[in-house]
Design a protein around this ligand. Structure first.
Ligand code: NAP
Ligand code: GLV
Length: 317
């Protein structure tokens, strides 16, 4: 069995070692060059591959994967694959949790509790040596609304529920989950937003969800709402968010993802004390967990069984 590996963001050694442990019979070919500049021997290797493990592939890498049985995306979000501009030539399989759910739950719980217990404001006070007691918020005024109730959104919801926050979620198809007020589709978006105090975005980035965190939608939240975006930078209309932070409509935003990563040094978000920035680390791809999942799926495909996590090209996720 031959496997093609390509990622402009990772050193391949750890991936190769994990594959060698679980799939010793596989020969791994590494496409080492940057996007769009294939190494001279990379294309023939791709043409002989049975499977491809890719992250942020260029059009050239994708096109060369014609003939593989499946393309495994080394992440949950597949927007970068579609951004390459050529349709994936084989079934595209995304990571399905693989250790990311618990990280997402930790990240969102931390950001939520920081706002609820007003640590963000105490931190600003401490910077100028102010000792002021602030009125505690009430949980009943702190409804958490999750955009996206998929693999990761469900785990975020389970974590938040443990603290007793009122919980609601919005998805494409209607859900029925105990303890969560569920909304679905564009027709129910405004109703969802109007009762949400802390908006958490865990949506995939698609043509339908791009710019969803815009002035119109963020203005539907109650005044003084909070935003936690752990999905993609393309969900945020950045000038709108900046204006709404400055007006107080949004009391604070915790942002893990940006349109341009790394966030450029001159970006105005860096200067906003009410915007908290992390470098796309909310849920990191874990090599061992991801390879275990991929190898199990390769086994299932080889046995002619169905697998979870196949991306629906018409929906884009
Ligand atoms: P998922 O299981 O596919 O869940 C996606 C959810 O979004 C589903 O509930 C889906 O609705 C909903 N959705 C999609 N399009 C929608 C639309 N147009 N309107 C309403 N709801 C819509 O994805 P996941 O594994 O939870 O991952 C979500 C995203 O998290 C990834 O795509 C990625 O961008 C991001 N992510 C970020 C990091 C990080 O470190 N910051 C790490 C991993 C993932 P249905 O249930 O009805 O289909
Ligand atoms: C990371 O952002 C992922 O999509 O897995």
């Amino acid at each position: 069995m031959r496997i093609l590996f390509y990622s402009p963001d990772d050193e391949p050694e750890a991936w190769i070692a994990a594959l060698a442990k679980l799939l010793p019979e596989a020969r791994v070919d590494i496409w080492r060059d940057g996007e769009g500049t294939p190494a001279p021997d990379a294309q023939p290797a791709a043409q002989h591959a049975d499977y491809a493990l890719l992250w942020r592939p260029s059009a050239a890498v994708l096109a060369a994967c014609r003939g593989v049985k499946a393309i495994f995306n080394l992440g949950a979000g597949v927007d970068a694959v579609f951004k390459a501009g050529v349709p994936p030539p084989a079934p595209l399989v995304r990571l399905d949790d693989a250790g990311m759910g618990v990280q997402m739950a930790e990240y969102v719980s931390y950001a939520l509790l920081r706002y609820f217990r007003r640590f963000d404001e105490y931190q600003l006070q401490a910077a100028s040596q102010q000792w002021h007691f602030l009125e505690p918020y009430r949980k009943s005024d702190f409804t958490v609304g999750i955009l996206g109730l998929g693999v990761l959104g469900l785990q975020v919801a389970a974590a938040v529920r443990q603290f007793g926050f009122p919980l609601r979620a919005w998805s494409r198809s209607k859900k029925d989950v105990a303890g969560i007020e569920c909304f679905a589709g564009t027709a129910e978006l405004d109703a969802f937003l109007s009762g949400t105090r802390v908006l958490v975005c865990v949506l995939p980035l698609t043509a339908e969800t791009a710019n969803i965190l815009n002035r119109r939608n963020l203005s539907r939240l109650p005044h003084g709402a909070y935003l936690i975006n752990v999905a993609r930078g393309g969900h945020v209309a950045e000038p709108d968010l900046l204006a709404l932070i400055r007006s107080g409509q949004i009391a604070g935003a915790t942002l893990d993802v940006f349109r341009n990563e790394p966030l450029p040094a001159q970006h105005p978000f860096w200067q906003e004390p009410r915007i908290t920035i992390t470098p796309h680390m909310a849920a990191q791809t874990l090599v061992d967990e991801s390879i275990a999942q991929i190898v199990a799926k390769i086994g299932a495909i080889e046995r002619g069984e169905s697998i979870a996590g196949i991306v629906d090209y018409t929906k884009g996720y």
